[in-house]
Design a protein around this ligand. Structure first.
Ligand code: ADP
Ligand code: MG
Length: 387
C-alpha cells in the first residue's frame, strides 16, 4: 500500500501538489471543469490542515511558443479562485525569482498555482524527460509532495516521478481511490470474470487484450475492434473499420483462446439496417452491435461476478448507434454486477447515457488505465513510498 495524504501532518508545511488540470479549453474558456472540481477534496483537505499549497499541473503539449499561449493555466487559475474559499495566486513562470518570491510570501491555507509544467519542455523537454535539475528545483520549493494526477501516472515526468524521489511523499485522494478500485476488481478471486472490449482501434488495446484474456473467463468483443477479429475468422466485414496490421494478432488470439471469445453475430450498419454478420455487403459498415448480439452478450453477463469494460459497443455519440452500449450498461446495472469502466470514451459514454452512479468504478485516466489493464507498472505511482 502506498502512503496516502493522511499519513502526514501539514501545519506550516509547504506542500507541492501535482494535480491533473489538463482540462479542455476553447478560446480561453474552460468547456469542462470536472477535473478541477474532482481535485477539490484533496485541495480542501490540505488547506484545512493548514498547509501552504503549491499546485503543479500540465496542460496539453508545449512544442513551440504558440503552444504556450494556447496552453496557459491562467483560465484554470481563474476557475480555481471561484471554487475555493481562500487566496489563490498564479506564477506565470515555472522557475525563477518571481516564482520564488510568491512561494516565500505564501501563507498557510493559501494556494499558489504554477504555470503549465510543460513550459519546461520547450528547452530540451525537461519536464517530460524527468530532468534531474528541474526536479530538484521544484522539490526545493516545498517540504512534502502529494501526487493526485492519476491521468499522468503512466508517464515519468519531473513533476511526478522526479519530485517524488526528492521529498517525503504520498498519493492524494483521487489516486488512492483509483488504485484501490482497480486493484480490488483485478485481484479478487470471484468468477465468472467477464471482460467487455470495444471502441475504435484495436492497435491501442492489443496489450490490454493479451493481459486480460489470460485472467478472465470470457471476453465479449464489440465496437469497431470486433471487425478485425471477424475478418480474421474469414467474414466479409464490408466497409467496417479494420486494422489489417493486427489481423495476425487477432488470428493468434482466436487460435489460443477460442473458448473465451464471444464475437457479434449481427450488427447495425451505418444505414441503420440490422444485418447478420455472414450477410454483409462490401459497402456495409458496422456502427453498433445488433439485437441478437445484445442478447448473446447479456446471456454471458448474467452470471458474472465482476466485469471490466474497456470501450463502447458502437458509435454511441450518435443516438442511432448507442443502443448496444446502452443495453449492455443497463444489463450490468440491473443485475448489480460489480463493474469497472476504463477508457476515456467509455467514461464519456457512461455519462452521456446516464449511468454516472450505476457502477463500482468509472476510471478517469485514459492512457494510465489502459497501461494498468495491460499489466504495466505506473511510474508516477510506483515512485510514491510504501507505508
Ligand atoms: P476508450 O477511450 O473507452 O478506450 P476508444 O478510444 O477505443 O475507447 O474508442 C471510442 C470510440 O470508438 C468512440 O468514439 C466510438 O464512436 C468509436 N466506435 C465504437 N464502435 C465503432 C464502430 N463500430 N465503428 C467506428 N467507430 C466506433
Ligand atoms: Mg479513447
Amino acid at each position: 500500500m502506498k502512503k496516502t495524504i493522511k499519513d502526514y501532518e501539514y501545519k506550516g508545511k509547504t506542500v507541492l501538489l501535482r494535480c491533473d488540470f489538463n482540462v479542455p479549453i476553447d478560446n480561453g474558456l474552460i468547456t469542462d471543469d470536472t477535473r478541477i472540481k474532482e481535485s477539490l477534496t484533496t485541495i480542501n483537505y490540505l488547506l484545512q490542515q493548514n498547509a501552504k499549497l503549491i499546485i503543479l499541473s500540465h496542460l496539453g503539449k508545449v512544442k513551440n511558443e504558440e503552444d504556450k499561449e494556447k496552453n496557459t493555466l491562467y483560465p484554470v487559475y481563474l476557475r480555481l479562485k471561484e471554487l475555493v474559499n481562500t487566496n489563490v495566486y498564479f506564477s506565470k513562470e515555472t522557475r525563477g525569482e518571481n516564482l520564488e518570491k510568491l512561494v516565500k510570501d505564501l501563507k498557510e491555507k493559501e494556494i499558489l498555482l504554477i504555470e503549465n509544467t510543460r513550459y519546461e519542455d520547450l528547452d530540451g523537454k525537461k519536464e517530460s524527460s524527468c530532468e534531474e535539475e528541474l526536479s530538484k528545483y521544484w522539490a526545493s520549493l516545498g517540504n512534502i509532495y502529494i501526487n493526485d494526477a492519476y491521468g499522468t501516472s503512466h508517464r515519468k515526468h519531473a513533476s511526478n516521478v522526479g519530485i517524488s524521489k526528492l521529498l517525503p511523499n504520498a498519493v492524494g485522494f483521487l489516486i488512492e481511490k483509483e488504485i484501490t478500485k482497480l486493484d480490488e476488481i483485478m485481484n479478487e478471486n470471484t468468477e465468472p470474470f467477464v471482460v467487455i472490449m470495444g471502441g475504435k482501434k484495436i492497435s491501442d488495446k492489443t496489450l490490454v487484450i493479451e493481459n486480460l484474456i489470460t485472467k478472465c473467463n470470457k471476453i465479449l468483443i464489440g465496437g469497431g475492434m470486433c471487425f478485425t477479429f471477424l475478418k480474421a475468422k474469414g467474414y466479409n466485414v464490408g466497409d467496417s473499420i479494420v486494422d489489417d496490421e493486427n489481423l495476425e494478432f487477432c488470428k493468434n488470439i482466436l487460435d489460443n483462446y477460442e473458448d473465451k471469445i464471444i464475437l457479434p453475430i449481427d450488427i447495425i450498419t451505418s444505414n441503420k439496417e440490422i444485418k447478420d454478420i455472414d450477410n454483409l455487403n462490401n459497402n456495409d459498415a458496422g456502427f453498433d452491435i445488433g439485437p441478437k448480439t445484445i442478447e448473446l452478450f447479456k446471456e454471458n453477463l448474467k452470471s458474472a461476478k465482476r466485469v471490466v469494460v474497456n470501450g463502447p459497443m458502437g458509435v454511441f455519440e450518435e443516438k442511432d448507434f448507442s443502443k448496444g452500449t446502452n443495453e449492455i450498461y443497463n444489463c450490468l446495472k440491473e443485475n448489480n454486477i460489480k463493474t469497472l469502466i476504463g477508457g476515456g470514451d467509455s467514461a464519456a459514454s457512461v455519462n452521456l447515457l446516464g449511468y454516472n452512479n450505476a457502477f463500482f468504478h468509472i476510471s478517469t485516466g485514459g492512457g494510465a488505465t489502459l497501461d494498468y489493464l495491460s499489466g504495466k507498472n505506473l511510474p508516477g505511482i510506483d515512485a510514491i513510498e510504501d507505508k
